[in-house]
Design a protein around this ligand. Structure first.
Ligand code: B12
Length: 399
């Protein structure tokens, strides 16, 4: 039997209240209707090669991810949720003689997939208990790629599309993780916000690698987030100097955003006032074993087991050891601190992964000096891997 309008509104409100009580910072609702504009945009990007490198991001996947009913037959509503993750911590602790790398803020704390998944499951349990027996089905998503998180967030009015492609919320800027609960329940939908970035284009010009082709259009292949997290192979030579000391993700297009600055100021003010509700979530504070800006040289010595131990329950594990150490080499090359040469030399000689040895060679070419040149000359002649020999030769030519 269909619920009356007032029953539907009451049910929707109760679910939103519960979502906030469970730790979500924003909750809105949209229908389970397909998202044809998003589907078109996704397919255009794929055809233009702008999603290259993410092999799973296919046109067939775009079709499914833009149709909640393909994900849950019988779906009628989608609850869009945002979780604020920014916390106050030093973003870059580099000093002469003590090189550090920057981790993107979203990766400082516990793995958000795990944290949010638990809250989504709890919300699903709550909804199940409210619905008439047999009348409720639901499915939850957090960043799986199976659902277009940002298109759902925009339609529900959780936030609006920033020109840097991130969803901006009024209260928390874009410093939020997005997630959804798709349900067969008929809930009261919210309207989109009708807000926009206006004429502001600061983020588009601030990107270190010039990854924005146009407002709302990112070239995945140039994004530092892609290069340091998703890319499994070698980082293109011409992009390495632009990455700076970012070793996992990049926040530049968010850091420069005026809306985000307001959210950050609010965070600081709330912290000073001691207001609980606006306090940064403890789970996203830097983990003891990782920090917000780890010292780089010790990372080069991490074994596979140590990597797994140190980054267990951290989003950083996604880069895998070889990806992270590759990024550490690039960061050390960009910082050009000669203190790193002995560690890089050891890496070039003893590291089992050719990918990492190759990037260590590049780093030594950037730092230069007699000791680096000697190690590079040796690697150019004797390394067992042709790509490493080539990297060493190129680094010698550069120095
Ligand atoms: C693939 C992916 C990436 C890729 C590609 C990014 C990209 N721009 O697509 C890479 C690895 C580079 C990446 C990087 C980051 N990501 Co990411 N990523 C995803 C993922 C899995 C899919 C995104 C997607 O569908 N991309 C395809 C493109 C085409 O979609 P789109 O950019 O949203 O396109 C829409 C708009 O452009 C809009 N549109 C098109 N034309 C126009 C015109 C106008 C006028 C308007 C208004 C809109 C509009 O329509 C399109 C379709 O919806 C989502 C999770 C998910 N399941 O959705 C997370 C997600 C988008 N990522 C997220 C985050 C946090 C990041 C990083 C900030 C991480 C970091 N600090 O390093 C960076 C940000 C880089 C950036 N500026 O986008 C968050 C974003 C949260 C938010 N507030 O928006 C998400 C939602 C994960 C999550 N669940 O929280 N990511």
């Amino acid at each position: 039997m269909a619920a009356s309008v007032s029953e539907r509104i009451t049910l929707t409100e109760r679910i939103k209240e519960r979502a906030l009580a469970l730790g979500f910072d924003l909750a809105r609702v949209t229908t389970a209707a397909p998202l044809p504009t998003a589907e078109r945009a996704l397919k255009d990007r794929i055809r233009a090669g702008l999603m290259d490198g993410l092999d799973w991001f296919t046109e067939a996947r775009a079709e499914v991810s833009c149709d909640p009913r393909a994900l849950l037959p019988g779906a009628r509503s989608v609850i869009a949720l945002a979780t604020f993750y920014l916390t106050d911590a030093p973003r870059d602790e580099t000093a002469p003689g003590d090189p550090h790398g920057q981790l993107s803020c979203y990766a400082w704390g516990e793995d958000y997939h795990e944290v949010i998944r638990k809250r989504l499951d709890a919300l699903a349990g709550f909804i199940r208990a409210l619905a008439p027996p047999g009348d409720e089905k639901s499915i939850v998503f957090v960043d799986t790629g199976r659902m277009v998180d940002r298109a759902i967030a925009a339609r529900s009015g959780l936030g609006w599309y920033g020109k840097n492609t991130n969803i901006l919320t009024k209260r928390w800027g874009s410093w939020v993780f997005l997630s959804e609960l798709v349900t067969s329940l008929d809930l009261e939908p919210d309207a989109p916000l009708g807000a926009s970035c206006g004429r502001c284009e600061i983020c588009l010009h601030a990107c270190p690698t010039n990854a924005f082709v146009a407002p709302y259009v990112l070239d995945n292949r140039r994004c530092i987030s892609y290069l340091t997290i998703e890319l499994r192979g070698s980082i293109p030579l011409e992009l390495r100097p632009l990455i700076g000391n970012r070793i996992f993700g990049c926040d530049v297009c968010q850091e420069v955003c005026p809306v985000n600055r307001v959210a950050e100021a609010r965070l600081r003010a709330h912290e000073d006032n001691g207001e609980m509700a606006a306090r940064p979530r403890l789970e996203f504070r830097p983990r003891e074993t990782v920090g917000s800006s780890p010292a780089l040289i010790p990372l080069l010595a991490l074994t596979e087991d140590e990597f797994r131990e140190r980054f267990r329950h951290s989003p950083v594990k996604r880069a895998k050891r070889r990806g992270l150490l590759r990024n550490v080499c690039v960061a050390l090359g960009n910082l050009r601190d000669p203190i790193a040469v002995p560690a890089l030399e050891r890496t070039l000689r003893e590291e089992p992964e050719a990918l990492v040895r190759g990037h260590a060679a590049w780093a030594m070419g950037q730092i230069g000096g007699a000791r680096a040149r000697a190690a590079l000359t040796d690697a150019a002649a004797h390394d067992t891997d042709a790509t490493v020999r080539q990297e060493a030769r190129a680094a010698l030519a550069e120095g």
